[in-house]
Design a protein around this ligand. Structure first.
Ligand code: BG6
Ligand code: MG
Length: 214
């Protein structure tokens, strides 16, 4: 079958922002009196900001009111933004620019489908906005992956049937969201975590049009 649109997750697919999320979440954990490990951070991939905070507090064995949690999430985001503002195009993951360029040349539509409310800012910092025909982020999609909403909105904005779309994802919740949307999906990372995807590749290095042929 011929794919007409590609929908990309952002964090972990186009850029490695997980390390910045980790630094900011661990700073919050330290203030609350505990250490948040890199292993714990794995659980936050693809998960919304407030759900990430709930996981962090569960790890620390702490309970707070909703009002307190809103304040904590906002502080974490301020620390996270300090890293994001320093990002440069050098941080785009290997092979991404040439893959996006190839898609453009072939007339395949491109959208972002991210849970992040900072997605637009990150695209601007790494200077990739011009590649995207549509950007669906955590401000537009209110239901978190594995709900398919973010990808269905992307297809709608691209004016494409979901069955003609393929999603690129690094998180298991994102793969489930793509499948629930009735789309093809390609896992970026390890087959152990992303085994439900139609294909899994380690990254975009040497990726060509064959990758999106099914
Ligand atoms: C996802 C990340 O892309 O965005 C998650 O994988 C993150 O780790 C989520 O929690 C929300 O991001 P933000 O930038 O809105 O806090
Ligand atoms: Mg991701």
């Amino acid at each position: 079958m011929i794919i007409k649109a590609c929908i990309f997750d952002l964090d972990g697919v186009i850029v490695d922002t997980a390390k910045y999320h980790y630094l900011a979440w661990n700073r919050l954990a330290n203030e609350l009196g505990f250490e948040f490990s890199i292993e714990h951070n794995e659980r936050l991939k693809g998960v919304s900001r407030m759900t990430s905070l709930d996981i962090l507090l569960e790890v620390g064995g702490l309970t707070y009111s909703n009002a307190e949690k809103v304040v904590m999430a906002a502080r974490k985001n301020e620390w996270y933004l300090e890293y994001i503002y320093k990002m440069t195009p050098d941080e785009i993951l290997p092979g991404v620019i040439s893959f996006l360029t190839m898609l453009r040349e072939k007339g395949i539509k491109i959208s972002l489908g991210s849970a992040s409310k900072n997605a637009m800012l990150i695209l601007e910092r790494v200077q990739l906005q011009s590649f995207f025909d549509a950007v669906i982020d955590g401000n537009k999609a209110l239901k978190a992956k594995p709900d398919p909403q973010v990808f269905l909105l992307a297809a709608q904005e691209l004016n494409e049937n979901p069955t003609n779309c393929v999603v690129f994802e690094d998180a298991a919740a994102g793969i489930e969201a793509a499948l629930a949307a009735g789309m093809k999906c390609i896992g970026i990372g390890s087959p152990e975590i992303l085994g439900r995807a139609d294909k899994v590749v380690p990254g975009f290095e040497n990726a060509n049009i064959e990758l999106i042929k099914f």
